[in-house]
Design a protein around this ligand. Structure first.
Ligand code: HEM
Length: 460
């Protein structure tokens, strides 16, 4: 077990090469590299990617200091005047913005995610889920890429719940556009040799064309809603109706675009990856899968699940929680020190780049028993890590995920909805994780759609 008792020592990761630093190894397998460094060198590390120096912190006390206690000092890394990384795609939306803009926009958006709205959202999620799995009927007994299926399902859920519209006919284009743009964004962050996006290289042209497509889609949605004047009480309404308290001004078209695209992307990528990893874990743990199916049969008796059912499906929820622990869709959270400060007693200069290593925290042997094993039971037995900051799938502090309640309903609900009808069996040997902003299964996951005998619904 690692020595993880404060005070902390900042260790410089060995193996830095001139100019590039640790970039060559990191670029090939960023997640495994950071995991390996942590296992070998401890909870507080410093490494270099080209000209940038980064700090990797993988201890709950350090995570709490950065994300909660010093949240005003550790800010987002994006500058709207010089966008890099995710800001190239999402602009200055809720994930990437800071300061007053972020505060004002979070106040506008937050109400759509209020707990009281979740039962209605769950009904819509279930409708979408039923529609999509109805389309699986002619593929039963065949292998499908479950990662793509989950991406398309989650995309339709977010379109229907947040924008009251269907994106079904654009789904393939949108999936490709987001894959291309997120990969571009991720590479832009750690590639010091990248040419600016206005230079007409083939890659830049591809990026610009998928962004044009996404912009067209979002501006189309906004124009349609303005034209019809219809109100649905959804996110789009809240954004369009928002007025500045002092000036009375509404959001600009650019602001509307950035917020809508942010919810669109952040609201499905993460959940879809979490669901894909969950199917993989269930397929490789037959006892857990049998218990999952038993619970669904007993509680649902073949019915479509509702939000109310979730409280009677503790094992299904535990499976989702455990999957988020082993494969957190956001495996690291990034910040920049706005001023010089200390973390865990370690001095950091102003501008220091910091990563909170969520993936590492979730497998920290000082805080989890059998950390690398899939054990949903741990969530049932009331076992909790000694620190609440050892489990951060949704982040922590003021910038924690705005969609946490939504995702906590959507994940287990869709698992139940699919698991009651299908037994998903792995149809490939191995699955590798790939870090591309979110933690994806590399190349997807081929799984057999094996129909289950659905129990007859009781007449009583
Ligand atoms: C399993 C699903 C999800 C996971 C694991 C997840 C994870 C996260 C994490 C870790 C953060 C914090 C990032 C940081 O501190 O830098 C975050 C922020 C955010 N998430 Fe999620 N998320 C999920 C689902 C959703 C959904 C369903 C939505 C919207 C419908 C959403 C929208 C957002 C937004 C807008 C932010 C930025 C919040 C802010 O800075 O004010 N997420 N998410």
């Amino acid at each position: 077990m690692l020595d993880s008792v404060p005070p902390f020592t900042l260790v410089d990761v060995p193996g830095s090469v001139p100019l590039l630093g640790h970039l060559p190894g990191f670029k090939k397998r960023p997640l495994e590299t950071m995991f390996g460094w942590w296992r070998q060198h401890g909870d507080a590390l410093r490494f270099r990617l080209g000209p940038k120096t980064l700090h990797l912190f993988s201890h709950p006390d350090l995570a709490e200091e950065i994300l909660v206690q010093q949240s005003d000092r550790f800010v987002k890394v994006y500058d709207p005047r010089r966008p890099v990384g995710l800001a190239l795609v999402l602009g200055n939306g809720l994930v990437t913005s800071s300061g007053e803009v972020w505060k004002r926009h979070r106040r506008i958006i937050q109400p759509v995610f209020h707990r009281s709205r979740m039962a209605a959202m769950a009904d819509r999620m279930a409708q979408v889920g039923e529609q999509r799995i109805a389309g699986w009927a002619d593929r039963e007994g065949q292998p499908v890429d479950i990662a793509t299926e989950m991406m398309q399902l989650a995309l339709e859920v977010i379109s229907q719940t947040m924008f009251t519209t269907s994106m079904a006919q654009h789904i393939k284009h949108i999936s490709r556009a987001l894959r291309v743009s997120l990969k571009y964004a991720f590479d832009s962050f750690h590639n010091p040799l990248r040419l600016p996006s206005w230079v007409p290289t083939p890659r830049n042209r591809e990026f610009r064309s998928v962004m044009q497509f996404m912009d067209g889609l979002i501006y189309g949605l906004l124009a349609e809603r303005r034209r019809t004047g219809a109100t649905h009480g959804d996110l789009l309404d809240l954004l369009l109706q928002a007025r500045d308290e002092e000036t009375g001004a509404g959001l600009s078209d650019q602001e509307l675009r950035d917020e809508a695209l942010t919810i669109f992307a952040a609201g499905h990528e993460t959940t879809a990856n979490a669901l894909a990893w969950t199917w993989y874990l269930l397929a490789t743990h037959p006892e857990a899968k049998a218990r999952f199916h038993d619970e669904l049969d007993r509680v649902l008796q073949g019915r479509t699940p509702t939000a109310d059912d979730l409280q009677h499906l503790p094992y299904t929820r535990a499976i989702f929680d455990e999957s988020l622990r082993l494969y957190p869709p956001a495996p690291a959270v990034q910040r920049k020190a706005a001023t010089s400060t200390t973390v865990g007693g370690l001095p950091l200069p102003a501008g220091a780049l910091v990563l909170v290593g969520t993936y590492n925290l979730h497998r920290h042997p000082a805080f989890w028993s059998n950390p690398d094993q899939f054990l949903p039971e741990r969530w049932l037995n009331g076992e909790r890590p000694a620190s609440r900051y050892a489990y951060l799938p949704f982040g922590a502090g003021p910038r924690a995920c705005v969609g946490i309640h939504f995702a906590s309903v959507e994940g287990p609900l869709l698992l139940a909805l699919i698991g009651r009808r299908y037994d998903l069996q792995l149809a490939q040997e191995t699955v590798e994780p790939e870090l591309m902003v979110t933690l994806r299964p590399k190349g997807g996951i081929r799984m057999m759609l094996q129909p289950r005998r659905v129990p007859v619904v009781s007449a009583l």
